[in-house]
Design a binder for this molecule. Structure first.
Ligand code: FE2
Ligand code: FE2
Length: 155
């Protein structure tokens, strides 16, 4: 299995996106939608942690030109964290539960687009395959230790 950092992160994006698509299908039941919300929050919490702790600092260090993009990406993670924490604390029967999740989806789709079409390609060009494999290997090592539920207070 490749440990290429960008490949690993894109695999996560694809998995989350698949759940978004299922959520939006008209035949998806309310119960299943709730399961999807919970699963997406778990996946995003792990993914965001690995990017915040490994990928983003490494990119900042190795590709300083991307500094501004990375800072914006951290802020987008922060918005997703706030929405995830609010959803986790909310009663799924609340009228605002699914609309809030829809806003989370919109934010994540925008963010993923910026990563995949904006600055990941610059990282791919700037770093060697070995560097990307090393970053990916560190993310895989940390993965089992990543939090799976959002913190109740964001930063
Ligand atoms: Fe990502
Ligand atoms: Fe991200």
């Amino acid at each position: 299995m490749s440990t290429d950092a960008i490949t690993l992160l894109k695999d996560d994006h694809a998995a989350v996106n698949k759940l978004f698509t299922e959520f939006e299908r008209s035949r998806t039941t309310r119960g299943r939608k709730q399961e999807i919300v919970e699963e997406v929050i778990r996946m995003l919490t792990v993914h965001t942690y690995l990017e915040n702790e490994v990928m983003y600092p490494e990119v900042c260090r190795l590709v300083p030109d991307l500094d501004g993009d990375i800072l914006e990406s951290y802020e987008e993670h922060h918005v997703a964290d706030v929405l995830s924490a609010e959803l986790s604390a909310m009663d799924p029967g609340d009228d605002r539960y699914f609309p809030k999740f829809t806003v989370l989806m919109e934010n994540v789709r925008h963010h993923v687009k910026e990563e995949e079409q904006g600055w990941f390609p610059v990282v791919r060009e700037s770093l060697s395959r070995t560097q990307l494999r090393e970053i990916g290997a560190r993310m895989l090592e940390m993965r089992p230790h990543a939090p799976t539920a959002p913190a109740t207070t964001g930063s």
